[in-house]
Design a protein around this ligand. Structure first.
Ligand SMILES: Nc1ncnc2c1ncn2[C@@H]1O[C@H](COP(=O)(O)OP(=O)(O)OP(=O)(O)O)[C@@H](O)[C@H]1O
Ligand SMILES: CC(=O)C(=O)O
Length: 311
């Protein structure tokens, strides 16, 4: 505890804990700090500015008034294909063989079940017969018809669609790779970074990094403003980032193996080997590496983790 108070994330402890702060743990922040939280991560995909500000200020208050040294990380939203609106329910069940329509237009149609996708070019390059996979395997559909830019699909593997469910398309067992030319940092991401700077963040986790240049341009931006102390963590969560891995790791202050999104672009069974390779590369290059997502997933429902999770 003394080391945590004094040095936090920069302490000598080799394995550190990064905790994503959501509304459910706002009151638990002092206990999390005492329990060993090295970094409080605020994911800018969720919640609003006021909430993010309150969470960051509470962490800073703990540091200033109670002597902790918890680092503050903001994580950018980035651009990715997802279900922007699925009617407000906690989840929507996709039944076997049910018919669905995926569209970028807002609509009130009830049948077939209509999902609003966040990007108007989402179906570009997609063919009838392709597979549409939700959240890396939560549910699977087959594209049965293209109607303009909308996709009519049939559910082939039932499952749940959660809020902000991520979409990927597969053909012959391979991801359909498309380049929409979206920047790594959107206008919203730049505004979020400015906000993070104002709130005194220690590190920025950069989502959907494509290559080393993404890191270099953010570093240049920070150094022009004498903000070199803010560390940049590259999130490895796309095929493109895997192709440019070494350059990205070299350019970054640290790396996050973002297994949630990586599992959307890479078959699940390949994740362990990829994770191991990234961790080894980071250790060789002496860069801190965060292994993220679903570490204690069962604790969303239950008070104790599973044996497998703690092993
Ligand atoms: N600020 C927040 N407000 C509300 N819910 C949040 C917030 N931060 C996290 N959550 C909830 O916790 C879940 C896990 O968050 P986490 O950041 O680990 O993963 P994520 O949503 O998959 O996004 P990413 O892929 O960027 O990590 C989210 O899906 C969301 O339900
Ligand atoms: C942490 C994160 O962004 C992911 O696992 O996708």
């Amino acid at each position: 505890e003394a080391e945590l108070r004094e040095k936090g994330f920069m302490g000598m402890r080799k394995t550190k804990l990064v905790c994503t702060v959501g509304p459910a743990c706002m009151d638990a922040l002092p206990a999390l700090a005492r329990g060993g939280m090295g970094v409080a991560r605020v994911n800018l995909c969720h919640g609003g500015r006021d909430w993010h500000r309150a969470a960051m200020r509470e962490v800073r208050r703990l540091n200033d008034e109670e002597g902790f040294c918890v680092s503050l990380m903001v994580d950018t939203e980035g651009s990715q294909l997802l279900v922007a609106d699925h009617g407000g329910a906690a989840s929507v069940k996709a039944e076997d063989c049910s018919e669905w329509l995926f569209t970028s237009k807002k609509t009130d149609k009830a049948h077939p079940i209509t999902m609003h996708v966040n990007f108007d070019k989402f179906s570009e390059g997609i063919l009838v017969g392709d597979e549409l996979v939700i959240d890396g395997g939560m549910a699977t559909f087959q594209v049965t018809e293209k109607i303009g830019s909308d996709l009519r699909c049939k559910c082939t593997d039932p499952g749940l669609l959660l809020p902000r469910a991520k979409l990927s398309f597969w053909r012959d067992g391979k991801l359909v790779e498309r380049n929409f030319g979206l920047p790594t940092l959107s206008t919203k991401d730049w505004a979020d970074i400015e906000f993070g700077i104002t709130e005194g963040v220690d590190c920025i986790a950069l989502s959907f990094v494509k290559d080393a240049n993404d890191i270099k341009s953010l570093k240049t931006y920070l150094s022009r403003r004498s903000l070199e102390h803010i560390k940049i963590f590259a999130k490895i969560e796309s095929l493109e980032s895997l192709k440019n891995l070494k350059g990205i790791v070299e350019a970054s202050d640290g790396v996050m193996v973002a297994r949630g999104d990586l599992g959307v672009q890479v078959p699940l069974e390949q994740i362990p080997a990829i994770q191991e390779a990234i961790v080894e590369l980071c250790r060789n290059l002496n860069k801190p590496v965060i292994v993220a997502s679903q570490l204690l997933e069962s604790m969303v429902e239950y008070p104790t983790p599973t044996r497998a999770e703690v092993t």
